[in-house]
Design a protein around this ligand. Sequence first.
Ligand code: SF4
Ligand code: SF4
Length: 502
Amino acid sequence: MSGINYLYPEFEVVRNDERCIRCRVCERQCANEVHFYDESRDRLISDESKCVNCQRCVSLCPTRALKIVRSDCRLRENANWDGDTIREIYKQASSGGVLLSSMGNPKPLPVYWDRILINASQVTNPSIDPLREPMETRVFLGKKPEKIERDGNGKLKTALSPQLELSMPVMFSAMSYGSISYNAHASLARAATERGICYNTGEGGLHEDFYRYGPNTIVQVASGRFGVHEDYLETGAAIEIKMGQGAKPGIGGHLPGAKVGPDVSRTRMIPEGSDAISPAPHHDIYSIEDLRQLVWSLKEATGHRKPVIVKVAAVHNIAAIASGIARSGADVIAIDGFRGGTGAAPTRIRDNVGIPIELALASVDQRLRDEGIRNGVSLVVGGSIRSSADVVKAVALGADAVYIATAAVLALGCHLCRTCQTGKCNWGIATQRPDLVKRLNPDIGAARLINLMTAWRNEIMEMMGGMGINSIEALRGNRLMLRGVGLNETELRILGISHAGE
Ligand code: SF4
Ligand code: SF4
């Protein structure tokens, strides 16, 4: 009785039988088993209750016979009880379980990037043509010295802290092997290497095949310590301690045993088929002093040659938290906003916990400046950076670089069906099923990511040129280049920008 399903399917499969040639591609391609062939009627039939609208069948149907549409069969919604809320109540009454979701927070909360506009030069301060003039998009992440000293021959006397060099201020954010596939990781690693940026292992360790991409790899150390050993730390260009994640602040990770096959098990150093559960806190970190110990230990383990990043979720009081992290010896602080993606998170946490990255970034940058320690640490932000314009706005608000993940998986073919947690990704990304993994060709995946980064870099240079700025360094924290639209006084004050027209 409790398992009764009161729900009409969310999506309807519209098949044009005139066009359908019964090739059964849709049946073979759908890991959710929506389509099946009825021999007696010589027709393809759909079980719409299983459809997640991943668009795989629509994309591959050779005759364009398919459409997936949102059902217009509505529940008795009103302004207080919307369809999703009613649907979730029915699901929980049926299962008794915590609701799980993936990708980022879809709620209609403000996207501040869309309320910030970028400046351009006119008349008195000339713009720069990026096709004819040199433009510097390289960034170096790590502590910067207060002053530089040289000897009589001009040779640098000041010892520099380790730096992570990027050809542009964008990196691929943490996505673990296990949550995403081998071929997705291969695509990210190759593209990062080709473009001179970095990708991030996430908390799942580093597959032995990817050690060769080490100079473009950030290796993560999370609370579960999966796959962490000396060679792993030594291989990465930088080490990231993950304290938090924007999609699920305060929550640990859970990779179901079904996704822990032989390769994932070896990489994570856990038994095959066992659930990989990373605890919510690091059990050895309860203070900034404890964090300092871990930062120091990782630096000692790698001869002080690697920058250490501390990643936290954007939460209330993030400026004070970042100030503490800056004093822990970390070289880089990565802050993940509440729209950050995930392979699996409790829905209530994803949709209700954390704060927008735009506000977090502005307040952290200002706090570190006020305390005179901004140069002691670099800032990287993520959590739904969707375009080169978001990158430019983030840098002007104070970021040294950004992390992207959802944009990267979209480039790999993700259609945002938001069911990564099921492990049945029809696009070969968030899955470990060999038949699905092979659908993502890493050569094509890498080429698409390289294209995306090339396009974004060109656009960043165009926007910089338009502002009359020829180096990313001159844009960082240059909030005069930004104006707000439709923002209230408090929002403008936190963002540290004027309203358009001022
Ligand atoms: S893929 Fe298209 S043409 Fe082929 S069986 Fe399915 S609906 Fe028909
Ligand atoms: S990665 Fe795959 S399962 Fe996840 S949202 Fe994208 S298409 Fe859907």
